[in-house]
Design a protein around this ligand. Structure first.
Ligand code: NAG
Ligand code: NAG
Length: 410
């Protein structure tokens, strides 16, 4: 898969692993413990919060960085309105994911606050997504002269909201939440995916794109066995290569091309509005024809799931996890271990799989620094919510409110 030149470069970077992130127990900025709400910590490129409490039980959270700049963002909020989880997997740079992480929850809170009983509905979540997309598009417009690359960054979004014994899952792109649910009398736990994914390699997604763009025979194309939206090739480190001017030669050498596989996102406005489909965005990445309707949609799929006492836990994760772990394997890992450390354990299992695929040892994979790591796995975010139905049915409110954001290099 990797060319010889790239492999040489990799081995070079390998022996030269920088020490900026290599102190695992030196008491660095992220490495501390908090007795009030579980253990936080940092281990190289991994950040974790082993266990903590939200209104409906315990949670566990972890993120591992692979990109030069972390493109995943996530947060958990729990308070009077219920519980909110957001996992945002950015592409083309971190900006869209950061923006959505900063703003989507704020919009949802403002919208639900206008209702007297504070109940969240699918329609409110939908509105919070539209407000966020609109806000980001305005930001790109405002910064077009100074930061045109903002037009080319986007993010997948996975949002879970628990309000009055109902779980809402809203998604754009290919992050996924899997429910672990007790079935039968033998203590068996089934793995049930609850989010809809918008990836061009799913036949239904291609059909939807074709139906939305009946006059565009090129809306999805198959190249090298992979379906692409519009056949657009997106560059991993495109912050510089997207510009007409060339970037840092070193980075261009390790540039790994991957495909634009998702059909929905927040951001990517150069694929949504003709006003951004022009110079100084590099012609190589632009659409040759004018955009008369958005190629990617910002309308989330929203599922409403009344929580059942047998619903045991939820695993929210960016596609970096699911690339290496099946739903069943992930559920199996969570159910067979203590709650504490669940998210970190899932990430380690995924990294072990990633190492195995390259016939490497996990201990060697861990020595590879960010950016070069991206050739082995993606940024990965995992949030596990354990569902305590005593608390959920009583409508227990997390007090003081909980607000946690993954804390790697923000
Ligand atoms: C790593 O930890 C050692 C000992 O605590 C310290 O001397 C060194 O400066 C640290 N390095 C970095 C990059 O933080
Ligand atoms: C709930 O769990 C119990 C015990 O595992 C099982 O017997 C029952 O069939 C489950 N109910 C549903 C609706 O899945």
């Amino acid at each position: 898969m990797l060319g010889g030149a790239l492999m040489n470069l990799l081995s070079l970077c390998w022996s030269n692993t920088t020490s900026e992130n290599s102190n695992s127990s030196g008491g660095g900025a992220g490495s501390y413990s908090s007795s009030s709400n579980g253990a936080f910590g940092r281990d190289g490129l991994l950040w974790y919060h082993d266990v903590g409490k939200y209104g409906g039980g315990e949670f566990s959270m972890a993120v591992v960085q692979a990109n030069r700049v972390l493109e995943d963002q996530s947060r958990i909020e729990s308070g009077r309105f219920g519980t909110f989880v957001g996992v945002y997997d950015g592409h083309g740079g971190p900006d869209a994911a950061r923006y959505v992480c900063d703003n989507l929850f704020r919009h949802l809170q403002a919208i639900s606050a206008t209702e007297e009983n504070g109940v969240v509905t699918a329609d409110m979540i939908q509105r919070a997504f539209s407000e966020t997309e609109r806000g980001f598009t305005d930001l790109v417009s405002d910064k077009w002269n100074s930061q045109p690359h903002l037009a080319t960054v986007g993010t997948c979004c996975l949002v879970g909201v628990i309000s009055q014994q109902t779980l809402f899952v809203a998604s754009l792109g290919d992050s996924r939440v899997v429910l672990g649910k007790k079935v039968g009398s033998t203590g068996e736990i089934a793995a049930i995916p609850l989010s809809e994914e918008h990836n061009a390699n799913i036949a239904a997604v291609r059909q939807e794109l074709k139906a939305l763009h009946p006059n565009d025979p090129q809306i999805v194309v198959l190249k090298h066995g992979v379906w692409r939206v519009k056949g657009i090739i997106q560059s991993d480190y495109k912050m510089h290569s997207f510009y007409t001017a060339t970037g840092n030669q070193d980075e261009l050498k390790v540039d790994l091309l991957y495909t634009y596989k998702i059909s929905r996102s927040i951001g990517d406005v150069y694929l949504k509005h003709q006003q951004f489909n022009r110079e100084p965005i590099n012609a190589k990445f632009r659409l040759p024809e004018p955009i008369d309707m958005p190629i990617l949609s910002a309308t989330p799929s929203i599922l409403t799931h009344p929580l059942h006492p047998n619903d045991s836990f939820l695993i929210f994760a960016s596609d970096g996890l699911w690339e290496h772990l099946s739903n069943e394997k992930a559920v199996d890992i969570v159910k067979s271990h203590p709650h504490s450390g669940s998210a970190k354990r899932l990430i380690k299992a995924a990294l072990q799989e990633a190492a195995k695929k390259r016939e490497m040892r996990y201990s060697d994979l861990r020595k590879i620094d960010k950016k070069v790591r991206r050739h082995f796995h993606d940024d990965i975010t995992v949030i596990v919510l354990f569902l305590n139905h005593d608390l959920i049915s009583k409508g227990v409110v997390q007090d003081p409110p909980l607000s946690i954001r993954s804390a790697l290099e923000h």
